[in-house]
Write a protein that binds this ligand. Structure first.
Ligand code: SF4
Length: 327
């Protein structure tokens, strides 16, 4: 009886990772997918795409192992705060451990040679494979014909002839292949990782300049509202919608201050941790400026600064005044 070959694939839920899985499944490989989760990228896309393919998906939260990479990744950042080379290496290392523990035969990814300038050029693909510790058992089905032959091909588990030689940034061939494999729903490219988002990256860089160690709560909070670095060093987060106000309230830590205008609809403003009187007054100004109060109208801002409540009476200032503090 021939043994069923089992492959474990890194899966973001994007079209490339879907195709890589489909290409191997078409060869009779028993495919399982794994999606790694952090506060910067979740499993929603992967879940939906795995369901569309009808393939099993494992979700692994590896935030604790990942966080050191946002400080000083050995291979640096991309255009945002994305340590793609080290991120891929870590994912493969973790997937490799899972492969060994759960009896999979090899690993695969949806990487395409030359698709991303930093992390998918030939040198980076080789580096990532080598540093993961699983170079020999790592197959990239979409570009395999342009890459060094791997053990799964040499051992006859996978037919190299039926693998692909995709390269570059174009998507035409991928879209044609999607049709061929009956993949009718797939997400738009990019958008899956907050570390590539310029706004989130700027807020994260600012956070890391001001805290010794970012907590999960800090990282979650970066997803909501406008962020201002106040003159005394405290940070104010101003909700933009009802949903953001709710999220900000939920993410409040003991000792944080919450401010809100009394007479008009307006945002919830959160100021993190110990805050000077000057910064709290500045945050009250923000609450008034971003409320529906007409400019110059007298307003009352109620603040719950960790301990005793405070009340600020002021005239609603112009938002422009706060622009220099916007992160
Ligand atoms: S885009 Fe984000 S998830 Fe993807 S490799 Fe880069 S850092 Fe990792």
């Amino acid at each position: 009886m021939t043994k069923t070959i089992r492959a474990l694939g890194l899966f973001s839920g994007g079209l490339d990772s879907m195709l890589a899985a489909a290409v191997l499944r078409a060869q009779g490989i028993d495919v399982t997918l794994v999606c790694f989760v952090t506060p910067f990228f979740g499993a929603a896309r992967a879940r939906e795409s795995a369901a569309h393919l009808g393939l099993p998906l494992r979700e692994v939260d590896f935030t604790d192992k990942y966080l050191p990479l946002i400080y000083d990744p050995p291979h640096g950042f991309g255009q945002g705060h994305n340590p793609c080379i080290d991120c891929h290496t870590l994912m493969l290392r973790e997937a490799g451990a899972l492969m060994a523990a759960a009896g999979f035969d090899f690993l695969f990814t949806g990487e395409v040679l030359g698709q991303r300038p930093m992390s998918q050029n030939r040198g980076s693909l080789n580096l990532i494979a080598r540093e993961s510790g699983f170079a020999d058992l790592l197959l990239r089905p979409l570009s395999a014909k342009s890459l060094k032959t791997t053990a799964p091909e040499i051992r006859g588990w996978v037919d190299r002839e039926r693998l692909l030689n995709l390269s570059g940034r174009g998507r035409k061939r991928q879209m044609a292949l999607a049709q061929e494999y009956g993949i009718t729903r797939y997400p738009a490219p990019a958008g899956g990782c907050l570390l590539t988002d310029p706004g989130y990256s700027a807020r994260l860089k600012d956070l890391l300049r001001h805290v010794q160690e970012a907590s999960r709560q800090d990282l979650e909070l970066l997803k909501y509202g406008r962020h201002f670095r106040l003159p005394g060093g405290a940070k104010a987060v101003v909700g933009r919608t009802e949903r953001e106000n709710d999220a900000i309230e939920t993410l409040r830590s003991t000792g944080d201050s919450l401010l809100k205008v009394d007479q008009y609809p307006g945002p919830l403003v959160l100021v993190g941790g110990a805050v000077s009187g000057e910064d709290l007054a500045a945050a009250a100004g923000l609450a008034a400026a971003y409320s529906d109060a007409p400019r110059g109208a007298p307003v009352t801002v109620n603040a719950e600064p960790g301990g005793l409540p405070r009340v600020f009476n002021l005239t609603a200032p112009n938002k422009d005044r706060f622009k220099p503090w916007l992160v």
